[in-house]
Design a protein around this ligand. Structure first.
Ligand SMILES: [Fe+2]
Ligand SMILES: [Fe+2]
Length: 190
Protein backbone atom coordinates (compact mmCIF):
# COMPACT_ATOMS: atom_id res chain seq x y z
CA UNK A 1 0.00 0.00 0.00
CA UNK A 2 1.30 3.47 -0.90
CA UNK A 3 2.26 5.44 2.20
CA UNK A 4 0.07 8.42 1.19
CA UNK A 5 -2.99 6.12 1.21
CA UNK A 6 -1.94 4.16 4.28
CA UNK A 7 -1.80 7.39 6.33
CA UNK A 8 -5.40 8.20 5.35
CA UNK A 9 -6.56 4.65 6.06
CA UNK A 10 -5.02 4.77 9.54
CA UNK A 11 -6.90 8.02 10.14
CA UNK A 12 -10.10 6.22 9.09
CA UNK A 13 -9.59 3.79 11.98
CA UNK A 14 -9.43 6.68 14.52
CA UNK A 15 -12.49 8.32 12.94
CA UNK A 16 -14.38 5.01 13.23
CA UNK A 17 -13.38 4.81 16.89
CA UNK A 18 -15.12 8.15 17.55
CA UNK A 19 -18.12 7.15 15.38
CA UNK A 20 -18.49 4.15 17.71
CA UNK A 21 -18.37 6.56 20.66
CA UNK A 22 -20.95 8.87 19.07
CA UNK A 23 -23.25 5.88 18.57
CA UNK A 24 -23.03 5.16 22.33
CA UNK A 25 -23.56 8.85 23.17
CA UNK A 26 -26.71 8.75 21.02
CA UNK A 27 -28.15 5.60 22.58
CA UNK A 28 -27.49 6.94 26.08
CA UNK A 29 -29.13 10.23 25.04
CA UNK A 30 -32.14 8.24 23.82
CA UNK A 31 -32.38 6.21 27.06
CA UNK A 32 -31.93 9.17 29.42
CA UNK A 33 -33.74 11.81 27.37
CA UNK A 34 -30.77 14.10 27.90
CA UNK A 35 -27.49 14.56 26.03
CA UNK A 36 -24.09 14.26 27.71
CA UNK A 37 -23.09 17.78 26.64
CA UNK A 38 -19.37 17.46 27.44
CA UNK A 39 -18.98 14.21 25.49
CA UNK A 40 -20.98 15.66 22.59
CA UNK A 41 -18.78 18.75 22.46
CA UNK A 42 -15.64 16.60 22.47
CA UNK A 43 -16.97 14.39 19.67
CA UNK A 44 -18.08 17.39 17.57
CA UNK A 45 -14.68 19.05 18.08
CA UNK A 46 -12.93 15.82 16.98
CA UNK A 47 -15.09 15.39 13.86
CA UNK A 48 -14.74 19.02 12.87
CA UNK A 49 -10.99 19.28 13.43
CA UNK A 50 -9.52 15.80 12.91
CA UNK A 51 -11.99 14.24 10.46
CA UNK A 52 -13.00 17.29 8.46
CA UNK A 53 -10.23 19.89 8.61
CA UNK A 54 -7.27 17.49 8.85
CA UNK A 55 -8.34 14.29 7.10
CA UNK A 56 -10.83 15.60 4.54
CA UNK A 57 -8.44 18.52 4.05
CA UNK A 58 -5.67 16.14 2.95
CA UNK A 59 -8.09 14.30 0.67
CA UNK A 60 -9.63 17.37 -0.95
CA UNK A 61 -6.55 19.53 -1.26
CA UNK A 62 -3.90 16.93 -2.12
CA UNK A 63 -5.12 13.42 -2.96
CA UNK A 64 -8.29 14.11 -4.95
CA UNK A 65 -6.75 16.60 -7.42
CA UNK A 66 -4.06 13.99 -8.09
CA UNK A 67 -6.72 11.30 -8.70
CA UNK A 68 -8.53 13.66 -11.08
CA UNK A 69 -5.47 13.52 -13.33
CA UNK A 70 -6.03 9.72 -13.45
CA UNK A 71 -9.54 9.95 -14.87
CA UNK A 72 -11.47 9.98 -11.57
CA UNK A 73 -12.59 13.61 -11.88
CA UNK A 74 -15.68 13.29 -14.09
CA UNK A 75 -18.69 15.38 -12.90
CA UNK A 76 -20.45 12.46 -11.20
CA UNK A 77 -17.30 10.37 -10.76
CA UNK A 78 -15.98 8.98 -7.47
CA UNK A 79 -14.09 12.13 -6.43
CA UNK A 80 -17.16 14.35 -6.96
CA UNK A 81 -19.29 11.98 -4.87
CA UNK A 82 -16.70 11.87 -2.07
CA UNK A 83 -16.60 15.70 -1.94
CA UNK A 84 -20.40 15.94 -1.76
CA UNK A 85 -20.38 13.44 1.11
CA UNK A 86 -17.81 15.57 2.96
CA UNK A 87 -20.16 18.56 2.51
CA UNK A 88 -23.16 16.61 3.77
CA UNK A 89 -21.12 15.51 6.81
CA UNK A 90 -20.39 19.18 7.59
CA UNK A 91 -24.13 19.90 7.60
CA UNK A 92 -24.84 17.06 10.03
CA UNK A 93 -22.06 18.30 12.33
CA UNK A 94 -23.65 21.77 12.27
CA UNK A 95 -27.03 20.20 12.92
CA UNK A 96 -25.69 18.32 15.96
CA UNK A 97 -23.96 21.43 17.24
CA UNK A 98 -27.03 23.61 16.96
CA UNK A 99 -29.12 21.11 18.96
CA UNK A 100 -26.45 20.19 21.54
CA UNK A 101 -26.96 22.91 24.14
CA UNK A 102 -30.74 22.46 24.50
CA UNK A 103 -30.41 18.66 24.19
CA UNK A 104 -27.99 18.64 27.12
CA UNK A 105 -30.73 20.32 29.15
CA UNK A 106 -33.19 17.60 28.14
CA UNK A 107 -35.35 19.69 25.81
CA UNK A 108 -37.22 16.88 23.98
CA UNK A 109 -37.25 18.31 20.45
CA UNK A 110 -33.53 19.12 20.54
CA UNK A 111 -32.80 15.64 21.93
CA UNK A 112 -34.56 14.18 18.88
CA UNK A 113 -32.74 16.45 16.44
CA UNK A 114 -29.37 15.65 17.96
CA UNK A 115 -30.04 11.90 17.79
CA UNK A 116 -31.29 12.06 14.17
CA UNK A 117 -28.41 14.21 12.91
CA UNK A 118 -25.95 12.04 14.82
CA UNK A 119 -27.35 8.80 13.37
CA UNK A 120 -27.22 10.28 9.86
CA UNK A 121 -23.61 11.34 10.41
CA UNK A 122 -22.54 7.91 11.72
CA UNK A 123 -24.19 6.14 8.77
CA UNK A 124 -22.81 8.58 6.20
CA UNK A 125 -19.23 8.48 7.45
CA UNK A 126 -19.12 4.70 7.86
CA UNK A 127 -20.34 4.20 4.31
CA UNK A 128 -18.06 6.95 3.03
CA UNK A 129 -15.01 5.38 4.67
CA UNK A 130 -16.02 1.97 3.27
CA UNK A 131 -16.16 3.40 -0.26
CA UNK A 132 -12.75 5.02 0.12
CA UNK A 133 -11.09 1.97 1.70
CA UNK A 134 -12.53 -0.59 -0.69
CA UNK A 135 -13.11 1.29 -3.96
CA UNK A 136 -11.41 4.66 -4.32
CA UNK A 137 -8.14 3.86 -2.56
CA UNK A 138 -7.92 0.46 -4.28
CA UNK A 139 -8.05 2.24 -7.60
CA UNK A 140 -5.66 4.93 -6.37
CA UNK A 141 -3.22 2.23 -5.26
CA UNK A 142 -3.13 0.92 -8.82
CA UNK A 143 -2.99 4.36 -10.45
CA UNK A 144 -0.47 6.35 -8.40
CA UNK A 145 3.22 6.12 -9.25
CA UNK A 146 5.98 6.06 -6.61
CA UNK A 147 6.83 9.66 -7.59
CA UNK A 148 3.22 10.78 -7.08
CA UNK A 149 3.16 9.00 -3.71
CA UNK A 150 6.29 10.88 -2.64
CA UNK A 151 4.82 14.17 -3.91
CA UNK A 152 1.63 13.59 -1.88
CA UNK A 153 3.64 12.85 1.27
CA UNK A 154 5.55 16.13 0.82
CA UNK A 155 2.26 17.99 0.32
CA UNK A 156 0.71 16.42 3.42
CA UNK A 157 3.75 17.52 5.42
CA UNK A 158 3.43 21.09 4.10
CA UNK A 159 -0.32 21.17 4.81
CA UNK A 160 0.15 19.83 8.34
CA UNK A 161 3.01 22.22 9.12
CA UNK A 162 0.86 25.17 8.01
CA UNK A 163 -2.58 24.19 9.27
CA UNK A 164 -2.68 21.03 11.33
CA UNK A 165 0.27 20.75 13.68
CA UNK A 166 1.27 17.50 15.37
CA UNK A 167 0.41 19.09 18.74
CA UNK A 168 -3.18 19.63 17.54
CA UNK A 169 -3.31 16.08 16.15
CA UNK A 170 -2.06 14.62 19.43
CA UNK A 171 -4.67 16.59 21.38
CA UNK A 172 -7.44 15.27 19.11
CA UNK A 173 -6.25 11.64 19.32
CA UNK A 174 -6.14 12.06 23.12
CA UNK A 175 -9.77 13.28 22.97
CA UNK A 176 -10.67 10.25 20.84
CA UNK A 177 -9.09 7.91 23.40
CA UNK A 178 -10.69 9.68 26.35
CA UNK A 179 -14.12 9.25 24.77
CA UNK A 180 -13.38 5.60 23.92
CA UNK A 181 -12.38 4.84 27.51
CA UNK A 182 -15.42 6.68 28.92
CA UNK A 183 -17.85 4.87 26.60
CA UNK A 184 -16.20 1.43 26.66
CA UNK A 185 -15.21 1.51 22.98
CA UNK A 186 -11.97 -0.23 21.88
CA UNK A 187 -9.20 2.12 20.77
CA UNK A 188 -8.13 1.94 17.10
CA UNK A 189 -5.56 -0.79 16.50
CA UNK A 190 -6.41 -2.69 19.70
FE1 LIG B 1 -13.32 11.28 2.42
FE1 LIG C 1 -11.29 9.47 4.15
Amino acid sequence: MKKSLEILMNEHRVIEQVLNCLEKILSRCHEEGRLDGDAARQAIDFFREFADRGHHGKEEIQLFPMLETHGMGTPCGPVAVMCREHELGRMYIQGMESAAEAASQGEPESVQWFIRHGQSYVRLLREHIGKEDHCLFTRAEQSLSAEEDAKLLAEYARFEAAEFSSAVQERLVATANELADRYGVPRAGQ
